[in-house]
Design a protein around this ligand. Structure first.
Ligand code: SAH
Length: 424
């Protein structure tokens, strides 16, 4: 799938690194650190006819899945039930079955008239996600699900148990139109946007698996709450802000109390974007305190132009301004994601430049989450050696930027960031 990236590594030591006198001290050696550029890796960026990088913001015109209860607000569900000749309170009962008991089994709905149950379930809960494959790792604490959608599209979600929380990494699109060369999802392009209910059903299905005891051991922090997904990260397949309306409907329903939604805390929902600036500004005005993450990966336009095709639309400084604006409007500290790629973006001077750009906008508004690149099929790009990663982090910390290396889960099952490509 990534055949186009195979090729010889050629080191371009001349560009981007400021020239320094030759010597052997640590600083001098670092200054002479190799500079690999995406284009020299044999990667040829797919282009528009006018020569700009290919970006798919709009979903191709394909049919969406049938309407599901989770696509509707509670008043809309009530209206639909009235249409079906049933009193409005049935909407609440059905919603509780789905959002609280995670069931769509007519047998389990003893509070509904027996003769209508099968019909109602068919009408309100069309099958959206069919499990194709389940891979487990980390002693059962990480599960990757492969789902088939109504039209045959394949998407993945990754469920991870941590001490005191359970995180689900959800997909928001079938494929992705953002064309980032280091991410397996981006290589196949965008098939379509996922519906609100398809996004939410990933959580409900995961909750059902947890309830049935399918996720590793019981919680180990001594708590006694019902076990369910507590944290959502939109870091599965797709660019969530390119599917804005459906993603935001899903977010509102995650945060709404049962029976309207899942009753989760908005703060535990992270929306991650490659940097669609107008959509970031819109998100800031939504009045829902989600956590915001910007996938930056390079502080300089020279490299980011090549690494993140959307940088041709919105530059590093514009993306950072939008991230800062998110903080200013919501008061929520934002995350900067930075996948460290050996000899490409892992230079100490880039850590310094990143810190400078963040500090120029203020203090205490941001933290940086470097993550060593996860391997993707066909790619020869790799993560830096641990001491290079540490050095990069130390440069940021020394400049006063809170920085934590991101824990990466599920690498062995191709379930880690950037590895979701959904083939069965
Ligand atoms: N489109 C969104 C969300 C999906 S990816 C975004 O770009 O933010 C979630 C995170 O994984 C992003 O920060 C993305 O850049 C990162 N990622 C992609 N490929 C990766 C890889 N091979 N190794 C590590 N992180 C990767």
């Amino acid at each position: 799938m990534r055949a186009k990236m195979e090729g010889m590594t050629s080191l371009d030591t001349s560009s981007a690194t400021p020239s320094k006198p030759v010597g052997t001290s640590k600083a001098q050696l670092q200054a002479r650190k190799a500079q690999v550029r995406p284009a020299t890796e044999g990667w040829e960026q797919a282009k528009e006819p006018d020569g700009r990088p290919l970006l798919q913001f709009k979903s191709p015109r394909v049919s969406q899945p049938p309407v599901h209860l989770a696509d509707l607000t509670l008043p809309e569900r009530q209206a639909k039930l009235k249409e079906l000749g049933l009193p409005a309170f049935r909407a609440k009962q059905l919603s509780v079955h789905y959002f609280q008991h995670y069931t769509t089994d007519p047998e389990a709905m003893s509070d509904l008239p027996k003769e209508r149950r099968d019909d109602l379930v068919k009408e309100m809960f069309p099958t959206l996600l069919t499990e194709v494959k389940r891979l487990t790792t980390d002693n059962g604490d990480t599960i990757k699900f492969l789902w088939r959608l109504f039209d045959g599209s394949l998407v993945e979600s990754v469920l991870m148990r941590y001490p005191g929380r359970i995180t689900l990494c959800v997909s928001s699109q079938c494929g992705c139109g953002m064309n980032c060369p280091f991410c397996a999802t981006g290589q196949a392009g965008l098939t379509r946007n996922m519906s609100t209910a398809e996004i939410l059903d990933q959580i409900v299905q995961a909750n059902r698996v947890i309830k049935e005891g399918g996720l590793g051991g019981k919680r180990r922090d001594g708590g006694h709450d019902a076990e369910r997904v507590t944290n959502i990260v939109f870091m599965g397949m797709g660019e969530p802000l390119a599917n804005y309306k459906r993603v935001m409907n899903a977010v509102h329903r995650m945060a709404a109390d049962v029976p309207e939604g899942l009753g989760m805390s908005a703060r535990n929902i992270t929306v991650s974007t490659v940097g669609l600036v107008p959509a970031i500004n819109k998100l800031a005005e939504e009045n829902i305190p989600v956590t915001f993450a910007l996938s930056l990966h390079a502080p300089d336009d020279e490299l980011r132009d090549e690494l993140i095709p959307v940088n041709s639309r919105w530059k590093v400084d514009e993306a950072l301004d939008a991230a800062y604006n998110y903080y200013r409007v919501t008061g929520r500290r934002v995350s900067i994601e930075y996948a460290l790629i050996k000899d490409m973006n892992d230079h100490p001077w880039r850590a310094d430049l990143l810190a400078k750009k963040l500090n120029a906008r203020g203090r205490g508004w941001v933290h940086v989450n470097p993550i060593p690149l996860n391997p993707t099929p066909g790619s020869i790009w790799t993560s830096p050696e641990p001491h290079v990663t540490r050095d990069f982090i130390n440069h940021l910390i020394d400049a006063g930027i809170p920085t934590t290396l991101r824990d990466t889960r599920g690498k062995e099952i191709d379930g880690a960031c950037g590895q979701l490509a959904a083939a069965d």
